[in-house]
Design a protein around this ligand. Structure first.
Ligand code: PLP
Length: 475
């Protein structure tokens, strides 16, 4: 090939590189699943930057070596000792479908730019809505839980405050209520809607980190007294830090009594709807006005792929209602197939393909089995922690998230917390495990999200031994 542009599009070079890359990843998957090698490398930001700058500044080079280097330094989410943040090691088929979607690059803001992805998106949303118990639900897929939360709440705002907000915006005299443990994206949505930080009002939690629904009335009245009117309540199903499920039935009762929008943040735990034995944790979700669910957390799909589902499909148009003459005819209402009318994104990749491919090939049971296994692992781990006098458990897990800490003779609370931070830094820093940490009631806890269905009981037992060892030899 004479010039780089022609070389970049050479079909045979593409074929050869594709085989090389799939071989690389398949080898890597084989090693990861049996826990060979480290979960992660611990390079400080400056070190990582220096590494890549050197490579990038050294002139052009081979594609295979470049991609291999990237893979080599990446975090290994398929490794059974990956127990860090809530992102899954995707199922290979879903990743390949993602590659196909990226290659095609069909934009799908409008139907004519992504017909297949639009149709599959409708299918995925309808099936998922049915699992939540919505008989006439509807919605769309969007880029992540944070954007999904904002989009759902923009819909809530338009429905509750009237279409005037689309013309004139809304004053900071409104508020959202939600648990103090709700993900920060609830507060961020209030902020983006122009209501400022005080636009999200936290409701205290009980000893299991669930919203104190018995205090909702009081918080509601205090919010009114402070000059703000609550518009919606966000129920967490489940929370990020500890995986606690709010009592959605009780929140639904409250919202009905006060005529508030009921939104469920099911970004993580909404996946329980796919597993018949765990579905009970979501009791009451069928009464929500809107729900979000990340397929990239517990449902084996590469990021980002989030469902935003409204109990009344008509509400899924409420957030934007925007004119764009070059894309759609504003006089035509509610065209389900021009997805960009309802999503924040204009151009959007075919995320439905990744989900639908798994569903088609392995059936809904593949999602159920993943959710089942990672929850069983959390139970297993909680039993190990609570049966070991060296450790304490923050709360019995309701999801696949377990928070715990090493007991210590240190009396000073700050020293105890510093020890947990030191353990977490060294445990994850060594690359043997990847765990994270959180703060609950002002104290530091070690936190594991058991995302990998191939994590075994011996991985969990080894983690506890390693932590105990690190605790005996603090830095
Ligand atoms: C409960 C909950 N809601 C929302 C989010 C935000 O989702 P995303 O990271 O996809 O933006 C998270 C992320 O961890 C979460 O745990």
């Amino acid at each position: 090939m004479s010039n780089p542009l022609d070389a970049a599009f050479d079909p045979e070079a593409f074929r050869a590189l594709g085989h090389t890359v799939v071989d690389l990843l398949a080898d890597r998957l084989g090693q990861d699943l049996v826990g060979k090698g480290l979960v992660r490398m611990d390079a400080a930001p400056e070190e990582e930057y220096a590494h890549w700058r050197k490579i990038m500044d050294s002139g052009s080079g081979g594609a295979g070596a470049f991609l291999e280097e990237f893979v080599e330094r990446a975090i290994r989410l398929h490794h059974p000792r990956y127990m860090g943040h809530q992102v899954c090691g995707p199922a290979p088929l879903a990743a390949l479908a993602g590659f196909v979607g990226e290659w095609l690059n069909n934009g799908m803001a409008v139907y004519e730019m992504g017909p297949g992805a639009t149709a599959l998106e409708r299918w995925v949303i309808e099936r998922t809505a049915a699992l939540f118990g919505f008989e006439a639900g509807g919605g769309f897929l969007t880029s992540g839980g944070t954007l999904a939360m904002l989009t759902a709440l923009l819909g809530a705002r338009a429905r509750k405050l009237g279409a005037g907000v689309l013309e004139y915006g809304s004053e900071p005299k409104w508020a959202l209520l939600g648990s103090e443990q709700a993900h920060y994206c609830a507060g961020r949505a209030a902020h983006v809607m122009g209501w400022g930080r005080a636009g999200f009002v936290g409701v205290p939690v009980d000893e299991k980190f669930r919203m104190r629904v018995d205090l909702l009335e009081r918080v509601y009245n205090e919010t009114l007294a402070s000059g703000r009117t609550p518009v919606a309540v966000v129920g967490s199903a489940c929370t990020t830090s500890t995986g606690a499920y709010d009592d959605l039935r009780a929140v639904a009762d409250f919202c009905e009594r006060k005529d508030l929008w009921f939104h469920v943040d099911g970004a993580h735990g909404g996946a329980a709807a796919f597993c018949p034995e765990l579905r009970g944790r979501l009791a009451g979700i069928e009464r929500a006005d809107s729900v979000i669910l990340d397929f990239h957390k517990l449902l084996l799909t590469p990021a980002l792929a989030t469902a935003v589902i409204f109990r009344d499909a008509g509400a899924s148009w409420a957030a934007f209602q925007q004119k764009a003459e070059y894309l759609w005819d504003a006089s035509v209402q509610e065209e389900w197939f021009n997805v960009g009318r309802r999503t924040f994104e204009c151009t959007k990749l075919s995320m439905s393909l990744k989900i639908a491919a798994l569903w088609k090939v392995y059936g809904v049971e593949v999602f159920a089995e993943n959710v089942r296994r990672v929850h069983a692992n959390a139970e297993r781990f909680a039993r190990l922690v609570s049966g070991d006098s060296r450790f304490e458990l923050a709360a019995w897990p309701e999801s696949n998230i377990v928070c715990f800490r090493l007991k210590t003779v240190k009396e000073d609370e700050e020293a105890q917390d510093a020890l947990q931070r030191d353990i977490r830094a060294r445990c994850s820093g060594s690359g043997e495990f990847y765990i994270v940490q959180t703060v609950l009631n002002g104290r530091t806890w070690l936190r594991t999200a058991l995302m990998n269905p191939f994590t075994s009981e011996s991985d969990l037992a080894d983690l506890l031994e390693r932590i105990a060892e690190l605790g005996c030899s603090p830095n």
